[in-house]
Ligand binder design. Structure first.
Ligand code: PHB
Length: 566
């Protein structure tokens, strides 16, 4: 949640508006939105309608690669404009989307929902280092996938993809029958699962609902179905499975299941090596790479067996208070039932994979009845699965923004924060990184003022690191020089007319999750605008606060994905 301004009590029992009552009326959404949310008019009576609608908005934004105009959202969801406005205002308040004129963009903070699933699942934390090492060793892409109903969903990608074929993102969903992992998962399908698969194939013969893959070029017939059944039998007998250009020409993959410890030994995840026919045929994948994939999978299974369960991480705090405060501030424009419902997903996490209703209510601060209705809604949407008395998140939670956001870079994360900062301090601001040699800095993002005499720097500009404030902040992290020691201890660098007469510049560090300085946030101004002292008293607090916001988003985004610094 955004920094929590703590209110008195949330306005309990504030009268629900039309949006907050009962399940959505028939025809309230387009068929597509209904398909996306799994609400073919069959929402249970206790489902929270605004939550269903809010999820539909997030999923449409995800399918549109992270951005839609408000009118585009209206068309995509079939919701009234006023409803779209209120939903997006609520999501913006939560930090899950941001407005840019009439466009709505997904924000990195939304990744906290997918992070809740991935940290509860634990597999990325335990298995990714093995996948990454295999990708380095083979110089090929390696991925980890889990089953999602009759599809497969990626939970990790160690990508070495050359420009030749498409590469999938964390959270992308693929039809099982067009992948190498699919037959391995299908070996565990029940009759009902096979029926669901047949129904989906009949309803969507060209895979149009799987936006991550190119549509099929021909209508599949009964023979294609038989092919998947026999691939499943072979996979089950062999313990490996192949994709020989089922997704697109040139793309080949081989997969091996990673089994859970314990007596049932069900498939926890499937590891795949992905290549291109210019380097490997399906045959050489099997002869040259399968043995190494197998030994990696053995190491992964040992890891699962030998790692003790984690201590439960802290639950989110005071969320119910926060939503109450937001309702008081924003009034009708803030849909509290949507915000409260979304907080339920963040109750799950590391060491908290399965929670009872009571635990969810306690973790979120929500009333039991509120938490219960949210869980009923999520179960209906396929985002939560009940297991006895407990509930767990499903891989479908990754469909809430993860694929487009998993490709975000630090400059993209920083850009809206730079724009905010510039509008507050009326000075140009920028983000810079150190070049590989460590001798220069490069500007990677920038927000400028309209002022005519603004400092002449653009994205891509290089300057000598030693002579600039961002350079000193970056160098101070790793070098033991006298002049840099003060930068390190005071937490900022001020460069006063050293690089250029009349130019004053102040910079603060941006750190990655391990504490390493990876970028610097900086403002440069004409010396006539502010004294060095004023730079410190007026600008430094604003810079520091902005750096913290950038860092928070960066750390959320980088928890399970690689976020490039430039
Ligand atoms: C991938 O990781 O990109 C991948 C994995 C299995 C496939 C195709 C692609 O069958």
């Amino acid at each position: 949640m955004p920094a929590k301004p703590m209110p008195e009590t949330p306005p309990e029992g504030s009268a629900p508006t039309a949006d907050e009552k009962g399940p959505p009326a028939e025809g309230a959404m387009t068929a597509r939105a209904a398909a996306l949310t799994g609400t073919g008019g069959s929402a249970p009576a206790e489902a929270v309608a605004p939550l269903i609608r809010g999820i539909a908005v997030l999923r449409e934004l995800t399918e549109a690669n992270g951005t839609l105009s408000l009118s585009g959202l209206e068309r995509a969801t079939g919701l009234a404009r006023s409803t779209v406005d209120r939903i997006t205002t609520t999501l913006a308040r939560m930090g899950y989307v941001r407005f840019d004129g009439r466009d709505v963009h997904l924000s990195p903070r939304l990744m906290e929902l997918g992070n809740a699933y991935l940290s509860a699942l634990r597999l990325p934390a335990l298995l990714s280092p093995h996948a990454d090492a295999l990708a380095d060793e083979l110089d090929e892409s390696v991925s980890l996938a889990v089953a999602d109903q009759d599809g497969i969903r990626f939970i990790h990608q160690a990508t070495r993809r050359r420009a030749m074929s498409l590469s999938f993102r964390i959270g992308d969903l693929l039809p099982a029958e067009r992948t190498a992992p699919g037959p391995l998962f299908a070996a565990e399908w029940t009759t009902a699962d096979w029926q669901r698969w047949r129904d989906r194939r009949a309803a969507d013969p060209r895979d149009l609902s799987f936006t991550a893959v190119p549509p099929r070029t021909h209508r599949p017939d009964a023979r294609d179905d038989d092919t998947f059944v026999s691939r499943t039998e072979e996979a089950s007998a062999n313990g490996w499975s192949l994709d020989d250009q089922l997704i697109e020409p040139g793309l080949v993959a081989i997969s091996v299941p990673v089994r859970s410890p314990g007596p049932d030994g069900r498939i926890a995840s499937v590891a795949s090596v992905v290549s291109h026919t210019s380097r490997h045929t399906a045959h050489t994948l099997r002869t040259a790479l399968l043995p190494r994939l197998r030994s990696t999978v053995e190491a992964m299974e040992r890891e699962l067996r030998d790692t003790p369960p984690p201590e439960p991480g802290p639950p989110p705090s005071d969320l119910a208070l926060w939503t109450g405060a937001s309702k008081q501030q924003l009034g009708r424009e803030f849909i509290e039932s949507l915000a409260r419902g979304l907080t339920v997903l963040t109750a799950f996490g590391e060491g908290r994979p399965e929670l009872t209703l009571t635990e969810v209510a306690r973790a979120t601060g929500l009333a039991r009845a509120t938490a219960r209705r949210a869980l009923i809604t999520y179960e209906h949407l396929g985002l939560v699965a009940p297991a006895g008395r407990t509930f767990a998140l499903t891989p479908r939670v990754l469909s809430l923004g993860f694929p487009p956001l998993s490709r975000t870079t630090l400059p993209e994360i920083a850009q809206p924060h730079l724009a905010d900062l510039t509008s507050r301090i009326h000075e140009s601001t920028s983000l810079a990184v150190l070049s590989d040699s460590g001798e220069e800095i490069q500007y990677t993002a920038r927000a400028t003022t309209a002022r005519v005499m603004s400092v002449n720097i653009t994205v891509g500009t290089s300057l000598p690191a030693h002579a600039t404030a961002p350079g000193r902040v970056l160098l101070a992290d790793t070098r033991e020089e006298g002049t840099l020691a003060s930068v390190r201890s005071q937490g900022y660098a001020l460069v006063d007319e050293e690089l250029e007469e009349g130019l004053r510049s102040i910079a603060v560090p941006i750190r990655d999750r391990s504490g390493r300085v990876v970028a610097a946030l900086n403002t440069a101004l004409h010396a006539s605008r502010r004294t060095p002292r004023e730079c410190v008293t007026d600008l430094l607090p604003e810079l520091t606060a902005t750096a913290m916001r950038i860092q928070t988003d960066f750390h959320t985004a980088a928890r399970f994905t690689h976020v490039a610094a430039s």
